[in-house]
Unconditional design. Structure first.
Length: 158
């Protein structure tokens, strides 16, 4: 307080101001801890969603390949195409690719940190081939033509 141009010492006012500052800093630290905690929860949940989407993509494509196998067993000269809608089509930065071999279907990122496979029965006499980069792709095609089952991003012309 000021009286006639002289300063007086008011310890109650100083203690109140220090209390305001400490309360603000305590609130700021709680907000920071809460933000880090929720970010880690969201990041972990995103990883779970991504793994589930990878599994769903593999299951869908593997099922379409098995259906093409059935068609090839019924008629060796048949042509067959089936579109498969994919999840994770917006995950361009992950750089996933899907590879079809004679005995398995593989989906992995380029660093091979995320990798999942599905075994293919290969009960028919058809050959399996194909590799698809999945960045921004919403749909791939499982195609049986010339006794070869392949995966591609292009719609077949038959």
């Amino acid at each position: 307080m000021r009286r006639e141009g002289t300063l007086t010492s008011d310890t109650w006012a100083a203690a109140t101001e220090i209390g305001y500052v400490l309360t603000f800093l305590l609130g700021l630290s709680f907000m920071s801890f809460f933000s880090v905690w929720t970010w880690e929860m969201q990041d972990a949940r995103g990883d779970v969603w991504m793994e589930q989407a990878i599994e769903e993509n593999l299951d869908s494509v593997a099922a379409a390949i098995e259906r093409a196998e059935v068609v090839s067993r019924l008629d060796g000269s048949a042509t067959y195409a089936e579109p498969v809608d994919l999840l994770l089509s917006n995950a361009v930065n992950l750089q996933f690719r899907m590879v079809l071999t004679d005995d398995s279907l593989l989906m992995q990122d380029h660093s091979a940190n995320l990798k999942a496979t599905r075994d293919i029965s290969s009960t028919g006499n058809s050959h399996h081939t194909g590799e698809v980069e999945l960045a921004g792709i919403e749909q791939i095609w499982v195609v049986l033509q010339g006794n070869t089952i392949s995966i591609t991003t292009n719609q077949p012309g038959f």
